[in-house]
Design a protein around this ligand. Structure first.
Ligand SMILES: [Zn+2]
Length: 436
């Protein structure tokens, strides 16, 4: 079905033939057959298709139809008011990425003062909180005592306000980055989610973790430092998942959340596939617990690039070197995979790889220089199998699935800049789904 001609594979130049979704032949001087499409690689590097190990597909598609309400685009109240006033459409305005550095911690009244005419729902950058104005509260039947803040009520909000999203367009965007698979880490996912994402136009392979309603697959556990669950209850929830053959993936963005989760996991015991998501702050004592627990960490180096300036301003200086560590996990023997956490981060894995190598913020300041990875190791964060984010990278070999990312130049040239612009074609199951 597909013949990729003259691609760089490791140190060789080869032709690669795919049939029925798999790689069936790798050699030199392969002759095209009449039913075969030919993709001329011209010496470009052929890599395994990228897998984003932590993404939120519906939220990302929703964000593409939303008003950006936080830094770097929006930094003060006037800019926020102007952005909301210029929102297209006539009904609901959906805002994302709000941060209190723009206009303080919002509530219903504060939001009314910025936009009264149209109903607004605005998500805090952390993803935990939605702010509503009075027009929105009225539509949702929330009474006068409602302060305008919905904490961890995404599911409820989604049931009451529909956002029309274009998943096919999103899929094409992801294809342009060389992505052939995603793991959706949304805690409210159930047994229908992965199928729905595919049915609505996402061509990538979709793996969904989810909540207690999901009958198989990884259980996503959310923790909030300010509302930690009962320790025994958490341990029992983990044990119950294990009894169903389900590993867990626990959201940990603070040191307290991480220590709490690891303690429960060490107590309950871990099974293959057990994950910690983010591990945003990991000091050396906590690193020892990560090792003891035997979990995989799925990190987001892109946050160093995208949010680094805010971290340098907000986070204790002593903790700067503990932020989104990479090298430190690998040196400790912790399996490490990469995800973007889009829409909370940008969805481009090349931004994440670049940040893992340079450790630079948008303004060029370096966070945790000793955590830097080589370009090869950074790439490997995104080329591991869906079920084993910290495992060995997938291979391009006869018998393997034909999921690949072709660059427009050699790896030696591409590794210097690690840019999505260098993706020439994306191949899913032996079929070209993107061509620049
Ligand atoms: Zn997430």
């Amino acid at each position: 079905m597909l013949l990729i001609r003259d691609a760089e594979l490791g140190s060789d130049r080869v032709d690669v033939r795919c049939r029925d979704g798999r790689i069936v032949e790798i050699g030199t001087g392969l002759i095209g057959k009449c039913d075969e499409k030919v993709l001329e690689a011209r010496g470009g590097a052929l890599l395994p298709g990228l897998h984003d190990h932590h993404i939120h597909v519906f939220a990302l598609a929703g964000a593409r139809r939303s008003v950006k309400c936080g830094p770097p685009e929006i930094t003060d109240r006037e800019a926020l008011a102007a952005a909301l006033a210029s929102a297209t459409g006539s009904e609901w305005i959906r805002g994302v990425g709000y941060h209190e550095s723009v206009a303080g911690m919002l509530d219903r009244r504060a939001l009314d003062a910025i936009m009264r005419e149209r109903p607004v729902r605005m998500q805090h950058r952390s993803g935990k909180m939605w702010f509503l104005n009075s027009a929105a509260a009225r539509i949702l039947g929330l009474d006068g005592t409602f302060d305008g803040r919905l904490f961890r009520r995404d599911e409820w909000l989604r049931e009451h306000v529909t956002t029309d999203v274009d998943l096919a367009a999103l899929s094409l965007e992801l294809s342009s980055y060389g992505i052939t698979g995603v793991t959706d880490a949304t805690p409210s996912n159930d047994d229908t989610t992965a199928g729905e994402i595919t049915a609505r136009g996402v061509r990538q392979r979709v793996c969904a973790m989810g909540g207690d309603d999901l009958s198989q697959g990884t259980l996503k556990i959310m923790l909030d430092e300010y509302a930690l669950p009962d320790f025994d209850g958490l341990r029992a929830r983990i044990a119950k998942a294990h009894a169903q053959g389900r590993p867990t993936a626990t959201h940990c963005v603070t040191r307290a959340e991480l220590v709490f989760a690891l303690s429960a996991l060490i107590d309950a015991g871990t099974i293959p596939g057990e994950r910690i998501e983010h591990a945003s702050v990991t000091d050396d004592a906590t690193m020892a617990l990560v090792v003891q627990a035997g979990v995989t960490v799925v990190t987001q180096p892109n946050f160093i690039a995208e949010r680094g300036e805010q971290y340098l301003a907000d986070v204790d200086a002593a903790d700067h070197r503990h932020l989104y560590r990479c090298r430190g996990f690998l040196d400790a023997g912790v399996p490490l995979g990469g995800g973007t956490d889009a829409p909370f981060g940008g969805p481009d894995p090349w931004t994440a790889m670049r940040a893992a190598v340079t450790r630079r913020t948008k303004n060029g300041r370096v966070i945790g220089a000793e955590e830097a990875l080589s370009p090869e190791r950074a790439l490997a964060l995104f080329t591991t199998p869906a079920g084993e984010p910290g495992g060995a990278p997938r291979r391009i070999a006869v018998g393997e699935t034909g999921d690949m990312c072709l660059l427009d130049r050699s790896w030696q040239a591409a590794r210097e800049s690690l840019r999505n612009e260098h993706v020439a074609a994306t191949i899913l199951g032996g079929e070209v789904i993107f061509r620049r």
